[in-house]
Design a protein around this ligand. Structure first.
Ligand code: HMG
Length: 386
């Protein structure tokens, strides 16, 4: 490989509504501490009537297109587990909304929360072969569990876009990668369901098993030593999960201080505490939060652990590029989070039920982003500029 390849731009989006977990706890008669401290979540983003994974994806990527234009982007990969069609890639709608060139390929990837990492790895391969091209990777998801289930507190919504190129402006991705796959039913969503099925405790166990297995493979493939990784980002279905993961990994890797390894995760959790689980986007929301808030130096190495139930996991790392912070738009996602409207328990439940509607419908204009889902007409999803 002659060029460094990696992330040259990164931008995120969320929905126009949020539901605080204190309201969920109050309605359930549960102690708020279970959510605020026990799982480390404060809020969950909830989509408005005219928001879905397409409008979120396009909202996340729009600032990247504004900065870099469309000419060099010949591939768009959209990672999601909230698919809107069994055949057509959701990214094709995003391609149109963003005004990307017709001479481009678009595809959708699925493997629970992991697939954005597969998308990133595929993008690195495409750029290695064609260093003049850029690849737009977008992770976009709306995490939904059944009402009154234990997964309910770990819902959320958001999208994160990354532009992958040679000579990246933010982070160069290193070649070593550790992989792990195991056929388990910890979390899955059959085709006839709109909400996930989950074995919560088991999912935590498999996630932790995957952390050490993927890390060991990473080391055996020439990956960096634990002590030379300045910070780590873990997939965050809820922020406490990242703390559990770091505790397990730091002990396994013989870290000098497990406690300080765990506390070094704080800056990765700032956005996710308010977003909830954003599935494919979650680990990269952690990365964005770190880049915005940690004041790291160029050359420092960031480890990334990506996990998708089912289960597939990957551990890899990248190094920060000189001047990276000028490219991350500090405060942009926080402004969107702050602008959301708070909803109460009754409205949250009504919206949860309404999200399962099928057939044709028109939507109310609620979203705060540049694009909206106008409705479904004769089984066709119709998007428009807001
Ligand atoms: P639960 O049964 O509601 O909660 O399930 P719990 O009883 O296990 O309590 C949670 C924590 O709160 C515990 O801490 C309690 O002690 C603590 P822990 O023992 O785990 O350290 N607690 C309190 N702390 C302070 N004050 C209090 C208090 N009360 C209790 N008053 C669970 C929680 C996460 C399992 C559930 O919400 C769930 O099933 N969520 C969905 C599944 C999930 O997120 N799994 C994570 C790993 S799998 C994954 O990451 C993949 C995924 O993103 C999907 C994909 O890949 O696509 C989910």
């Amino acid at each position: 490989m002659t060029h460094a390849i990696g992330i040259t731009d990164i931008s995120a989006a969320t929905t126009s509504l949020f539901f605080p977990l204190t309201s969920l706890a109050e309605a359930q008669g549960t102690s708020p501490g279970k959510y605020l401290r026990g799982i480390g979540q404060h809020e969950m983003s909830v989509p408005g009537d005219d928001e879905d994974i397409v409008t979120l994806a396009a909202r996340a990527a729009a600032p990247i297109i504004e900065r870099h234009g469309t000419k060099e982007i010949r591939t768009l990969v959209l990672a999601t587990e909230t698919g809107i069609d069994q055949s057509k890639a959701a990214g094709i709608y995003v391609h149109e909304l963003l005004g990307l060139e017709h001479n481009a390929r678009v595809v959708e990837l699925k493997e629970a929360c992991y697939s954005a990492t597969a998308a990133l790895q595929f993008a690195l391969g495409i750029v290695a072969r064609n260093p003049d091209e850029k690849v737009l990777v977008i992770a976009s998801d709306i995490a939904r569990y059944e009402l009154d289930s234990s997964g309910e507190a770990t819902q959320g919504a958001g999208a994160l876009a990354m532009l992958v190129s040679a000579d990246p402006a933010i982070m160069a991705i290193e070649p070593a990668s550790g992989l792990f796959t195991e056929n388990v039913h910890d979390f899955w969503r059959p085709n006839d369901r709109s909400t996930a099925l989950v074995d919560g405790r088991f999912s935590v166990t498999v996630y932790l098993r995957a952390v050490t297995a993927a890390y060991d493979d990473y080391v055996s493939r020439g990956g960096a030593e634990f002590s030379s990784i300045a910070r780590m980002c873990f997939h965050q279905p809820f922020t406490k999960m990242a703390a559990k993961a770091m505790q397990t990994l730091a002990k396994h890797a013989g870290a000098q201080s497990v406690a300080s390894a765990v506390s070094s995760l704080e800056e990765t959790m700032i956005h996710n505490r308010r977003l909830g689980n954003t599935y494919t986007a979650s680990v990269y929301m952690g990365l964005l939060s770190l880049l915005e808030n940690a004041g790291l130096r160029a050359g420092e190495r960031i480890g990334i652990f990506s996990y998708g139930s089912g289960a597939v996991a990957e551990f890899f790392a990248g190094t920060l590029v000189e001047g990276y912070r000028e490219h991350v738009r500090p405060g942009a996602l926080t402004a969107q989070l702050d602008a959301r409207r708070e909803i109460g328990y009754e409205e949250y439940r009504e919206r949860h039920i309404r999200a399962d509607r099928t057939g044709d419908y028109e939507t109310r204009a609620e979203g705060k982003g540049p694009f909206r889902l106008a409705g479904v007409r004769e089984s066709v999803r119709v998007y428009e500029k807001a």
